[in-house]
Design a protein around this ligand. Structure first.
Ligand code: TYD
Length: 208
């Protein structure tokens, strides 16, 4: 068996509660990698494929009631499609992938936030994720109160549930980070964007 012709790209995910600044930091990171000549695919969850965007509409809109179990399965379905159609092919071609939210969002929001249990949600998601676990996950930590001020009103269905859910989600993220310290790296997100970006670059630089 020979070596693959192209070495597999790196998979970086950004996680955090709503208003932690993930999307901005994912954009800055992808741009920095691109400027350094690293091919990079920028993705986000839920979404990133036609099925994922449709599921996003169901999950974040308020047209239809969504039970907790349905929520887990719908996020997992969107994830399976994104992994199969976008993430796995990009990594196989040698491209890096920077994804705004991934598996840990389900572990933290549905597992911890909704109280379904991190282990149960992890088990359901093995079908969606397979071998495609992130090489590193940046966890943007911010106090739920400060995050709520930053978001100031632009709430989707999940965000609209308020600070108590965000607190449970933050606690679950901490639990995941404690269990997997090599993969999940916490960063204080309550600082100027450029400082947060520099710290993330330092973490990601360790992968090359
Ligand atoms: P997102 O669009 O990232 O919102 P924001 O940019 O405000 O963080 O995510 C939408 C919402 O979906 C967010 O409240 C987190 C939630 N979510 C889950 O509950 N489980 C999941 O698996 C994912 C991917 C997102």
């Amino acid at each position: 068996m020979g070596e693959p012709l192209v070495s597999r790209g790196r998979f970086v995910t950004l996680e955090g509660i709503d208003g932690s600044g993930k999307s901005t930091q994912a954009d800055l990171l992808a741009a920095a990698l691109n400027d350094a000549g690293t091919p990079v695919v920028r993705a986000r969850e839920p979404g990133g494929t036609p099925l994922g965007e449709a599921v996003r509409g169901i999950l974040l809109g308020d047209q239809a009631p969504v039970s907790d179990a349905s929520e887990v399965l719908l996020f997992a379905a969107a994830r399976a499609q994104l992994v199969g159609d976008v993430i796995a092919p990009a990594l196989a071609s040698g491209s890096w992938v920077v994804c705004d939210r991934f598996l840990d969002s389900s572990l933290a929001y549905q597992g911890g936030g909704r109280g379904i249990g991190i282990d149960v949600v992890a088990q359901v998601n093995t079908l969606a994720v397979g071998e495609n676990m992130p090489d590193v996950t940046v966890l943007l930590r911010i106090d739920p109160e400060s995050a709520a001020v930053r978001r100031a009103g632009a709430d989707d269905r999940i965000e609209a549930e308020g600070i108590a859910l965000q607190r449970r989600v933050a606690a679950a993220y901490d639990q995941i980070a404690a269990a997997e310290p090599n993969r999940v790296r916490g960063v204080d997100a309550d600082r100027p964007e450029a400082e947060v970006h520099a710290e993330i670059l330092g973490i990601v630089g360790g992968l090359t």
